[in-house]
Ligand binder design. Structure first.
Ligand code: 6R9
Length: 650
């Protein structure tokens, strides 16, 4: 097995006034584990509370006596913390920079002062529509400033928001509205992505007509593109009309720390998507504290996270973390490839972005187009880069570091999940010399452990299932409407511990490498091989743009390896190249990792958030295309057809 040993410490001169050094990391980490109550009690003081919590933590992860409570006697309002609190010193500071889909359309800058007024007006309007504390509001919006306004307005009046990604179909939208019994839906006439219009309001209309979607009393519609839509009298209201005469102030609801803030649906390995529920005090404490430490936040930073607000990354690290910290956060409506693949980099120059946070899949896609589009922009304003969402292969990491960051910006590879609310493992930029592809070290208060199939702890260097001992304030509290499912899914496999569903390796230095979802680990003749490891090896090859590996049932070895390879633009598949790539993997990892099948893939099936749909690739590899199941959540379902046709039939 090859192991990448290079380390990348932050370059000289990186550290600023608040940078956490290695010594501080070690001291704070120890404090956080030795006395979590003292540690998290102190951290909570970063928020503004009506009533400061005196009870910090009440946690029991044993299924029989299960409870997770943080700051349970504290009272606060999340929108007050994200907006009002900054008015004294930062009323004129830009809270949000909006970069539209069309780079030639005017960008917007919204100050904290303006944000306050917009949030209050919508909050008042929602109250008039009958929305109160505890009611659910589904948000189905494009990436516009008003998406953040909508979340904060809900938080202000104690309503629980449920954001549904704007790329989801009416059926998926209906499933979520139905599951959480939303009283109001907030949407826009249309969204815009790479110049194409997305029929958001029409999708809402269709969703609300589906069976058993009966809870919605009102739909608030933002005029965005000005496209032609139908408004249903009595039910639908224009945002600008319902807010027009509302005052720019709104009495916030006084919330308990454990009152729900939002529900966000996420897919598991089984069943329908789960409504992951996060609460107010612990979530905001954790989102804001991690955002500050992980990104080494400074007052003058312009921070850009390219995620969509429909995913947890958008919640914690576009809206709540940055705004709680009084930062300037960028909201980008478009896509990295439009109008061309220099869009990220020219936008960084345009808004003088200093912190840039994106997904490995975007990096790999942009890598295919080479360095030229990157070099079109100076990127001088950048000082820190981040990744999230999946393991990053060392080749993409290095390209990000060398080409995008010009070798002078540390990369924070942030491992976390919808369920965890915020980042759990990361190389803090001033404290930990990064290794390409490693999540490195636990954040404060986080206690990772590796367990084997029998539930025994693995000590020292080794690989196993990643579990977390104890709790942290940002942990999800329940699956909405199904508390038992929450306990069963996460706390039964290893009783008393949170099971992440991820595999992980701890190297001889004690650093952590996420190997991918455990269901993605391929077991060949008793040897476990990470799909990420295989993919990483493949993309090391000069001709490979992207690769995905899955296991399939093998009569002799238990599981065999099936890989899908997308070549770089201009490269041509051939038998010779196929053999070369198989040999290349064999050489890079070892004979045990030799792929049994290597299929050329013009493109890989991905969710709209950019995750490769391995479930589909596994079925094709299993030669069972009739079991593909639902492929409607794919960004481009037609990709699947050609893969099915070209599959190896055994
Ligand atoms: C934040 C987010 C969670 C799953 C998680 C893991 C994978 C996320 C990662 C990573 C390796 C990283 N993942 N970040 N794997 N390195 N830095 O993505 O949440 O959409 O719920 O996905 O994504 O497998 O379990 P979510």
């Amino acid at each position: 097995m090859t192991e990448v040993l290079d380390r990348y410490p932050a370059p000289a001169g990186f550290a600023g006034p608040n940078t956490i050094t290695e010594a501080e990391y070690n001291r704070l980490y120890k404090e956080s584990i030795d006395d979590p109550d003292a540690f998290w009690g102190k951290v909570a003081k970063r928020l503004q509370w009506y009533k400061e919590p005196t009870k910090i933590r009440d946690v029991d992860l044993n299924p029989d006596n299960f409870k997770i409570k943080w700051y349970e006697d504290g009272e606060l309002n999340v929108s007050v913390n994200c907006v009002d609190r900054h008015l004294e010193k930062r009323a004129d500071k830009t809270a949000i920079i909006w970069e539209p889909d069309d780079p030639n359309a005017p960008a917007q800058r919204v100050t904290y002062g303006e944000l306050y007024t917009r949030v209050c007006k919508l909050a008042n309007a929602l109250r008039k529509l009958g929305v109160g504390k505890g009611d659910r509001v589904t948000v189905y919006l494009p990436m516009v400033v008003d998406a953040a306004v909508a979340l904060l307005a809900c938080a202000r009046i104690g309503a629980i928001h449920n954001v549904v990604f704007g790329g989801f179909s009416p059926t998926s939208l209906a499933d979520r509205v139905r599951d959480c019994d939303a009283k109001v839906v907030i949407t826009a006439d249309e969204g815009l992505r790479s110049g194409r219009r997305v029929a958001l309001k029409a999708n809402v209309d269709a969703a609300l007509q589906l069976p058993d979607v009966t809870s919605v009393e009102a739909v608030v519609v933002l005029r965005h593109t000005g496209g032609d839509i139908e408004m249903q009298a009595g039910r639908d209201h224009w945002w600008h009309e319902v807010t027009a005469n509302e005052p720019g102030e709104c009495e916030p609801e006084r919330m308990n720390a454990e009152d729900p803030l939002f529900i966000l649906y996420t897919s598991g390995s089984t069943g329908k998507p789960k409504g992951v529920l996060h609460t107010s005090g612990g979530y905001l404490t954790y989102a804001s504290y991690t955002h500050e430490c992980v990104f080494d936040l400074r007052e003058e930073d312009v921070y850009w996270c390219t995620a969509d607000i429909g995913w947890v990354t958008g919640h914690s690290y576009i809206v709540y973390g940055p705004l709680a910290n009084g930062a300037t956060t960028v909201i980008f409506e478009g896509v990295p490839s439009y109008p061309d693949s220099s869009r990220f980099w020219t936008t960084i120059d345009k808004h003088q972005v200093s912190i840039f946070y994106t997904a490995p899949t975007a990096i790999r896609a942009l890598m295919r187009d080479g360095e030229e589009p990157v070099k079109k922009a100076s990127r001088k304003s950048l000082r820190l880069l981040g990744t999230v969402g999946e393991p990053i292969n060392p080749e993409a990491w290095r390209w990000y570091y060398d080409v995008v960051g010009d070798g002078r910006c540390p990369i924070v590879d942030t491992w976390w999940q919808t369920e965890t609310g915020g980042c759990l493992m990361v190389p803090l930029p001033g404290a930990t010399a990064a290794k390409p592809g490693a999540a490195m070290k636990p954040f404060f208060g986080v206690e990772p452990a590796l367990v084997d199939a029998n539930g025994e702890f693995i000590q020292g260097a080794g690989e196993g299932n990643l579990v977390l001992l104890g709790s942290w304030p940002g942990q999800m509290r329940t699956v909405y409407g199904d508390h038992q499912r929450f306990i069963d899914t996460y706390f039964k496999a290893y009783p008393g511990m949170y099971f992440t569903g991820d595999g992980c390796r701890r190297d001889a230095d004690g650093d952590y490498w996420i190997t991918g979802r455990v269901d993605d680990v391929i077991n060949v003749s008793g040897h476990r091989i990470g799909t990420a490891e295989l993919e990483s090896a493949l993309v090391l090859h000069a001709k490979v743009a992207e690769a995905a590996a899955v296991g399939f049932n093998h009569d002799v070895k238990g599981q065999g390896i099936y890989v899908y390879v997308t070549l770089k633009a201009g490269e041509v598949p051939s038998e010779e190249l196929r053999k070369e790539l198989v040999a290349h993997v064999r050489q890079n990892i070892g004979p045990i990792a030799t792929p049994d099948y290597l299929q050329w893939a013009p493109a890989l099936p991905k969710t709209r958030s950019g995750k490769i749909m391995r479930r589909i690739l596994r079925k094709i590899a299993e030669n069972a295309p009739e079991q593909l199941g639902d492929i409607s959540t794919l960004a481009d379902p037609s990709v699947v057809e050609s893969l099915v046709q070209e599959r190896f039939i055994r």
